[in-house]
Design a protein around this ligand. Sequence first.
Ligand SMILES: *Cc1c(COP(=O)(O)O)cnc(C)c1O
Length: 359
Amino acid sequence: MSESSHIKLFIPGPIEVSEKTYKAMCRPMIGHRSGDFKKLYGGMQPRLQTLFGTNRPVFLSTSSAWGVMEGAIRNLTQKKVLNGMCGAFSDKWFDVSKRCGKDAEALQVEWGQAITPDLIREKLSQGGFDTFTLIHNETSCGVRNPLPDIAAVMREFPEVMFIVDSVSSFSTQPIPMDELGIDVLLTGSQKALALPPGLALFSVSERAMARAATQKDRGYYFDFVEFAKNQEQDMTPSTPCISLIYALESKLDDIFTEGVEARHARHAALNAKVHDWVKARGFEFFAPEGYRSLSLTCVKNNREIDIAEWVKRLREKHRIAIDGGYGKIKGKTFRLSNMGDETPESIDTLLAALDDTLA
Ligand SMILES: *Cc1c(COP(=O)(O)O)cnc(C)c1O
């Protein structure tokens, strides 16, 4: 990769990857059943468990997040799944549930709105459900669903497994899996963790593991029981993306050197910086106050600028990539990421480039 061809990514995934991370990936291969691998994987467990807020093992899947999102449905839904839907990724989870041959029901709110605890209670009270899927931070439209309040409602329905996607929020704020009673917490590598794509991380509660063990047709590649069995020996079911696991180890060093709480505070501060810019420039937010993502900002194009043209100018003049809106809100919104290794200086550079090209 030559310097001049480098476009810095402020799109909300994949995001910018550091030189340090790329270097970590260049270490020589090791056997995935070797002592070296077990040391690598086992050695990361305590820090991964801290980030997940769990005493349960953390599994590594060589797949993007969708592998585990589909896997969670295949492992856990026996009766009927309720899919909380408020944007592109959460809408798709409903479609994926049906493609797995499951009985699925939509809990749809308008894109940009949050899924509220009351809506969930109302649906689950109808009965018949044994799984609920929630995307904590809906990356497509910048909505952050009220996870602690939703978790409180889930405790009223102990027969329903609570599956949470934290792909774009993981490690940017606390998500204490055990305390919240989350049954499956999953994330991917290329968003909040600032790694290249190709790795998914997840943890499964004891009761969800017990459910999975009684489930037929779990398949093989995403079989939770296989993951658990291999995990006992610090291994993965099949040959994992070892280079990405090196990268993850390096990223854990970064995270724990900075400090987990300092990392959370940094994300909040950078997000606030972007929010100040949005307000000062007369733009509006796509999500309502109180439900806005802390790791990215989805901005409403109320100034009716030509977003596609602007994105192009930014790329050509400043070698910066931002997102011009996802799916049906393309051109009506734009998104700015503050995930990963960003700093006050790098966000200032982004905002100055936005100003320079907005005129
Ligand atoms: C990007 C994203 C996904 C899908 O991730 P893949 O890596 O493409 O499988 C799922 N959920 C959320 C919230 C995302 O942002």
